[in-house]
Design a protein around this ligand. Structure first.
Ligand code: HEC
Ligand code: HEC
Length: 357
């Protein structure tokens, strides 16, 4: 009993000492942040000039949840990217600071270090750190100037301290803000879905999921009586995307509204092409497509089964879909069951991604 009390008192003393020490005199902390991938995902190519440290990831996390980065102090990145929705927004179009509606559906955040072909639906940001500064300045999003954002962060004691831990100096800059947010976003990973566990031999798929998996990874070949949904052509690899920009046949030419990738490259072949999204956690990211036109996975499957439109840029890999895949009701529900095996509750509930405030 006595011994326990002594330990308790020593414990409290150490705690008080370290806490106050931390507050009064923060120190540069270069300790590396370890991304735990358990061999499920390939070795990530972390930018060599922005190697992850615990202090920078933490700073990035604070900034991601920081409403002061917006003009009227009402909006943080996390207001349109909610962890419970796979860091996306269930509103078809996010509402920015001036109550203005954006033009596209917010995108999920996980495994971004593997996105080798740029960010946003049209890929207009090449590096994640460049991406991070755009929403702050976007008039439909946070609508703030970088110099104002820097000044507001510079004024806060908790940020002065955290910048010292992260960068060794309390001086705030837009570049440092972007590097820290890049680090936090890189730290957000998803690799513990039922399907990941199945691949490691640690889970079994139901018969329905198994049939859905076969459909997902097969080409439709009616001559040889082989059913297939053709999804794997584009939603391929461990992250269920080929990292390309493509037109998946949502509209005919006369109905193109958002020209997507074309706005960046000006190549006619990129008209109405959009980033092929990962299908991990797709169960949580409705509504679907860049313009949120589909509300459910069923509607998406119906699109690929029988509504893919021919246009000047519809991808050639969808030629069988254009003719129609003739999936039965059972096959559609099998495919949906497989897509739901890509849901990762570990990621969705990971305390390290929650608000630090
Ligand atoms: C008002 C809502 C809103 C806010 C605030 C917001 N975003 Fe977004 N985010 C979006 C939308 C909408 C898109 C897609 C835009 C597009 O493609 O043109 C997007 C796209 C992204 C992407 C691209 C993902 C990919 O796969 O290419 C990343 C990363 C991202 N946001 C991070 C952030 C960060 C970091 C912040 C804060 C600095 C932030 N967002 C603030 C709505 C928002
Ligand atoms: C030719 C390439 C291609 C094929 C094949 C393909 N997709 Fe897609 N998929 C895309 C592109 C590109 C988008 C984004 C389109 C947009 O938003 O305008 C997309 C979007 C989606 C989305 C919405 C994701 C989101 O976050 O909004 C889902 C779900 C989806 N596809 C599932 C499937 C399934 C299931 C199959 C097979 C039946 C399939 N896709 C076949 C290219 C493809």
């Amino acid at each position: 009993m006595k011994i326990n009390y002594i330990f308790l008192i020593i414990g409290i003393a150490i705690l008080t000492f370290t806490c106050s020490e931390d507050r009064v005199n923060p120190e540069f902390d270069p300790s590396p942040y370890l991304l735990e991938l358990n061999g499920d995902l390939p070795e990530p190519a972390i930018p060599p000039d922005n190697l992850l440290t615990n202090a920078k990831v933490k700073l990035g996390r604070m900034l991601f949840y920081e409403k002061k980065l917006s003009k009227d102090l009402t909006q943080a990145c996390a207001d349109c990217h909610l962890q419970k929705d796979a860091f996306t927004d269930i509103r078809p179009f996010s509402i920015g600071v001036e109550k203005l509606e954006g033009k596209r559906n917010a995108m999920p955040i996980f495994n971004l270090v593997y996105h080798i072909n740029g960010f946003f639906w049209d890929g207009r940001a090449t590096l994640l750190r460049d991406q991070a500064l755009k929403p702050i300045q976007d008039p439909l999003e946070m609508n703030e100037t970088l110099s104002n954002a820097v000044a507001k962060i510079q004024n806060e004691k908790i940020y002065q301290d955290q910048f010292i831990r992260a960068f060794g100096s309390d001086s705030v800059s837009a570049l440092k803000i972007s590097l820290a947010i890049e680090q936090f976003m890189i730290s957000i990973v998803s690799h513990d879905s039922k399907y990941d566990r199945y691949l490691k031999g640690a889970a079994t798929l139901t018969l329905e999921e198994e049939r859905g998996k076969d459909l997902f990874f097969k080409e439709y070949d009616p001559l040889n009586n082989i059913k297939g949904a053709e999804c794997f052509h584009c939603h391929s690899g461990f992250n269920f995307t080929n990292n390309e920009f493509m037109n998946n046949g949502l509209d005919t030419d006369s109905n193109f509204k958002d020209l997507g990738r074309f706005n960046v490259t000006k190549n006619a072949s990129d008209k109405a092409s959009f980033k092929v999204p990962s299908l991990r956690n797709i169960e949580f990211t409705a509504p679907y497509m860049h313009d949120s036109r589909f509300n459910s996975i069923d509607e998406v499957i119906d699109h690929y089964n029988s509504h893919v439109k021919q246009s000047s840029t519809t991808n050639i890999l969808l030629q069988n879909n254009i003719k129609g895949l003739n999936l039965t009701t059972q096959e559609k529900s099998d495919l949906k069951a497989f897509l739901k095996t890509l849901s990762d509750n570990t990621y969705l509930n990971n305390p390290e991604y929650k608000s630090p405030f």
